[in-house]
Design a protein around this ligand. Structure first.
Ligand SMILES: C[S@@+](CC[C@H](N)C(=O)[O-])C[C@H]1O[C@@H](n2cnc3c(N)ncnc32)[C@H](O)[C@@H]1O
Length: 332
């Protein structure tokens, strides 16, 4: 089980694509005390990994204490950051407090990244953050969201991270949610994503870099057995900084909250949410897209694209054997 924990909704950037529209809604940060209270429940839920994100998690004043407490209790701790606040001292503290993985966002070459993230220095900050984390012995991964605006730069971004000698470089599918709705045409069809994946693999192979590359899986190919349809990933939950718990990113700030950690124990929220999750899953298995080939695809994307959680994911293309998968099945 993995938890995505938003320790803040504040952000020092205002990215065009931000799926959470971070910074728009004022929420108090998650405190160290709250994290300490969550830990026994996380253990009961068999949580193995906590993915600290936001907002910009390094804006949380208690971030080092939060990292320390989580790692002390045996969780793998991953921090997702834009890198702006990574100095030598920050990186040292992250390392000494037990952060396992640092994930740094780099969405393109300098111009694209700076424009996309609305800050003319954000690219330099990200590159320096990568160098600083590596120098301090942190496992360092770059995350790139691929959209129409940067797809032509993907090979050059790979070359950049290869030159930086990162441990891993992951490519993610752009989803038009949150502020991303304003640039919804940047989303690729699943057929296009297949071609992009193939091209990344081919380029990475030529660069002798494939072993460090990961690409988000967002579709199934060929025959999929939907008789036991279980499309949603069931071992991941999302806690926003205001304490609201969701089954996945696409339901963030939607009416499909499962509960709130300030009102109820996360263990109870998660154990009690199976009704909602099962209903999504079973409704999914009743859904029939073209030719009855598809189980309805990703409910989150269906909700995000049509506003109806029980509709079919419009990106499915069963005639071409490309069927949408739960976007969260890819473990990032
Ligand atoms: C929401 S940010 C929060 C952490 C941190 N502030 C950062 O920029 O990395 C987490 C990751 O989600 C990605 N992301 C944001 N909006 C997205 C979208 N619409 N589709 C796919 N990924 C998105 C970001 O690029 C980043 O790598």
């Amino acid at each position: 089980m993995e938890v995505d924990l938003h320790v803040t909704n504040r952000c020092n950037l205002k990215c065009n694509h931000c799926v959470y529209s971070s910074g728009e809604q004022i929420m108090p940060d998650i405190t160290l005390e709250t994290v300490k209270k969550l830990i026994p429940s996380f253990k009961k839920m068999d949580v193995k990994e906590v993915h600290i994100t936001g907002g910009e998690p390094l804006l949380n004043q208690e971030i080092f204490g939060i990292v320390f407490e989580l790692q002390k209790n045996g969780f793998l701790v991953r921090i997702q950051t834009n890198g702006i606040l990574i100095t030598n001292e920050t990186a040292k503290k992250l390392k000494s407090n037990g952060a396992d993985h640092i994930l740094i966002s780099m969405d393109g070459l300098e111009n694209f990244h700076n424009n996309f993230r609305n800050n003319e220095n954000s690219y330099n900050f990200a590159v320096n953050a990568v160098k600083t984390c590596l120098k301090n012995g942190l496992f360092t991964r770059v995350n790139t969201v691929v959209s129409r605006g940067n797809v032509s730069e993907v090979k050059s971004i790979m070359q950049t991270t290869k030159d930086l000698n990162v441990h891993q470089h992951s490519f993610f599918y752009f989803t038009p949610f949150g502020r991303g709705k304003n640039i919804k045409d940047s989303m690729f069809s699943l057929g296009e994503w297949k071609q992009i994946k193939d091209k990344i693999v081919q380029d990475a192979q030529e660069m002798n870099y494939l072993n460090r590359i990961r690409i988000q899986d967002v579709f199934h190919e060929n025959d999929v057995d939907y008789s036991n349809s279980n499309i949603c990933r069931e071992d991941n939950c999302l806690i926003l900084a205001n304490g609201e718990v969701y089954h996945c990113v696409f339901f963030a700030n939607s009416p499909y909250s499962l509960g709130n950690i300030y009102k109820e124990d996360i263990f109870n929220i998660w154990s009690g949410c199976s009704d909602l999750v099962n209903s999504i899953i079973s409704k999914n298995s009743d859904k029939k897209c073209d030719n009855n080939l598809c189980g309805g695809g990703c409910s989150g994307m269906a909700y995000c694209l049509s506003g109806n959680i029980l509709s079919c994911d419009p990106r499915c293309n069963p005639k071409n054997n490309i069927i949408s998968n739960c976007i969260r099945k890819y473990k990032n």
